[in-house]
Design a protein around this ligand. Structure first.
Ligand code: UDP
Ligand code: MN
Length: 639
């Protein structure tokens, strides 16, 4: 009886439980799938993380460049990802030890606590895509290490030094064979405040992915790190490596900070191998990376080569494949990726070296040839510009630069650098050095792009006499030759007569500004030193606004009177001219800005809120001042 009476009740409870479990499973699966799909989409399309920090105006300039760099890279990658091997994600999941190494302790933690751990650093970039399940103590440790190094050193410490990487080469590279007799290779790894495990992983990758018969030496250069573990512990590790591979590793330490160019030179001077590969210490070389380099330099000792970089993400340390592109730069001499040359595409050989106007930094060269052309410019400080300097020197003085599609190096892209908060000071200073030594009559483009006065800039770019003497000794060609023959994509704008901030007589605290991006409505905005307020006035009457665009195929934006309404707009200069828009303005220093076609004036009007609005109207008595004048242009100068 009891059984019979209880049976339906038990059955019901059982049924309810089964249904509940099923519902839970459905939701769980859906959620998991959702996460998987989103995660996969994120990865497949390389969506950039939303890393905007509006409060840090000081870092805006650098950030702006980083984002531009990132964006350019992303666009290229997305374009070239169409040919991507679709097994990439699966392979990576299978072989990526990062996940396995951290998932186990994370799962353990989960079991112990039912509720998820509190997020201690909700705004930290480190935890945007990683570390959800870390305990509070682990989060704190990871965040501390992230602040110190600019990447996930916590995770790096848990990963094996010999972790596998997906092979990012095209399959045709894998089939390629190289001469059995190749020059010997010396690898130089420079560092300054790097995590020990990251350096060990770099060393391990070089040892395990370079044929032993070719690898002559690994030279480590410490540019005066302050990180204690890089002294005793690294020395011990080197001893261990050398026990296994006698005499392979050499350590050189600077006794003061000398910057990346001098660190690379120190490594070069200590090398003895036929070919030197000069790399950062936060890299992992990939399978087969050395042979294409050695074979190409054996063929031609005057060619300086760069491998193709893939990206190691600063947070997950996962590898992302980058597409093949050439290395270029803009007029700030900041690096960017450019499209592959048609001549290379026409070769129809994805393994062929690609002629490139520049390198991004990492490179390999015949050791003696690099010395003959002057190694790196030791007058460069801290970071930046040295790569463009070497590139111009190589091309202008008889060498060449190529990217080798079959040589791949994974490079860790740090979130911030441990050696300087604001790099723009050094980028700017080093760029002027390059301009003054190598760029002849085009040097003013660098001043314009950085918004620096042509005379009395107040920037000390150091003594350049020995580099000018080197240029003479090597009988180098002019920059004009380089522009026309090597980098026609870099577009000089030579008829600019004034540039800088544009201020109205009514209030000197606000400046003409390109306005929100995306968007094409210029505004008045409190003055600052960043490129949205760059104005370039042309002898022919156009006002370019914002970044000075350096590519021949893209277009600067021109201040335009649309002919109706009272708001000016920004239009692409070339199409605006073709469609008869009113982009030509009469302007003299300290006078009105008058549109040549509509005769309306660009003026400002105070809104009831106190802010100024930019308007086109019948001219009153308002006048404007442009920050820097290139020539004293007078009435007869302007058409
Ligand atoms: N570096 C150096 N001394 C410095 C600044 C940088 O030795 O004063 C090294 C740094 O450790 C790294 C290389 O220069 O190995 C390139 O710098 P980083 O990786 O920060 O630049 P990125 O690769 O992001 O352009
Ligand atoms: Mn680097």
């Amino acid at each position: 009886m009891i059984l019979r009476r209880n049976f339906p009740k038990g059955f019901c409870i059982g049924l309810i439980l089964v249904i509940a479990v099923n519902i839970f499973l459905v939701f769980y699966t859906k959620e998991t799938l959702h996460n998987l799909i989103l995660g996969r989409l994120h990865k497949e399309f390389h969506l950039p993380p939303p890393e905007w920090d509006g409060a840090m105006i000081k870092r805006l300039s650098r950030l702006e460049m980083d984002l531009q760099h990132l964006k350019d890279g992303m666009q290229l990658v997305m374009k070239q990802q169409e040919n991507k091997d679709h097994t990439q994600k699966r392979i990576e999941d299978e072989v990526h030890p990062a996940r396995k190494a951290v998932e186990t302790p994370e799962r353990e933690t989960k079991k112990q606590q039912n509720r998820p751990p509190k997020k201690l650093f909700p705004n930290s970039p480190l935890f945007k895509q990683w570390g959800d399940k870390l305990s509070e103590a682990q989060q704190k440790e990871a965040e501390d290490l992230f602040q110190k190094f600019g990447y996930n050193a916590y995770l790096s410490n848990q990963l094996p030094h010999n972790r596998s990487l997906m092979d990012t080469r095209d399959s045709r590279c894998v089939q390629k064979s190289y001469p059995s007799l190749l020059p010997s290779l010396g690898v130089i790894l420079i560092f300054m405040d790097e995590s020990l495990s990251i350096i060990q992983r770099a060393i391990t990758s070089v040892i395990s992915r370079t044929p032993p018969r070719l690898l002559k030496e690994i030279i480590l250069v410490d540019d005066f790190s302050s990180n204690g573990e890089l002294k005793v512990s690294l020395n011990e590790k080197i001893k261990l490596y050398n026990q296994k591979y006698p005499g392979l590793l050499k350590m050189i330490r600077h006794s003061e900070r000398r910057g990346l160019a001098q660190a690379r030179n120190t490594g070069w001077a200590a090398a003895t191998a036929d070919v030197v590969a000069i790399l950062d210490a936060h890299i992992e070389v990939n399978v087969g990376w050395a042979e294409p380099i050695l074979a190409r330099i054996q063929e031609d000792r005057t060619v300086i080569v760069s491998p193709v970089f893939d990206k190691i993400c600063f947070d997950t340390l996962q590898l992302e494949k980058y597409g093949l592109a050439v290395h270029g730069f803009n007029w700030e001499l900041w690096c960017r990726y450019d499209a592959l040359p048609q001549a290379w595409i026409d070769l129809n050989d994805v393994t062929a070296p690609v002629k490139s106007p520049s390198i991004m930094g990492i490179m390999a060269a015949n050791r003696l040839f690099l010395g003959e052309i002057g190694a790196l410019d030791g007058g460069m400080l801290v970071y930046g510009g040295e790569n463009v300097e070497l590139s111009l020197r190589v091309w202008q003085c008889g060498g060449k630069i190529e990217i080798l599609p079959c040589s791949r190096v994974a490079h860790l892209e740090r979130y911030h650098k441990p050696y300087a908060m604001d790099l723009s000071i050094f980028l700017k200073r080093n760029a002027l050095r390059v301009a003054e030594i190598w760029m002849d009559e085009y040097k003013q483009m660098v001043y314009l792009a950085w918004n620096i006065p042509l005379q009395n800039s107040g920037i000390d770019y150091g003594d350049i006499s020995s580099r000018i003497a080197l240029r003479k000794k090597l009988k180098c060609k002019p920059f004009d030759w380089y522009l026309k023959n090597v980098y026609p994509l870099l577009k000089p704008t030579l008829n600019i007569v004034g540039y800088g901030r544009m201020k109205n007589s009514l209030d000197k605290n606000v400046c003409l500004d390109q306005g929100p991006v995306p968007g094409n409505t210029p505004i008045m905005h409190p003055c600052h030193e960043f490129s949205p307020q760059n104005i370039y006035y042309h002898q022919t009457g156009e006002f370019y606004m914002g970044n000075l665009i350096a590519e021949a195929n893209s277009d600067d934006r021109c201040l335009t009177d649309p002919g109706h309404g009272e708001k000016p707009t920004l239009e692409r200069c070339s199409t605006a001219a073709q469609s008869g828009l009113h982009i030509h303005w009469d302007f003299k220093q300290g006078r009105a800005i008058v549109n040549r076609d509509t005769k309306r004036c660009l003026e400002i009007r105070k809104h009831s809120s106190g802010a100024y609005m930019l308007v086109l109207q019948k001219c009153t008595t308002q006048t404007w001042e442009l920050q820097y004048i290139i020539r004293n242009w007078d009435q007869t100068d302007v058409q």
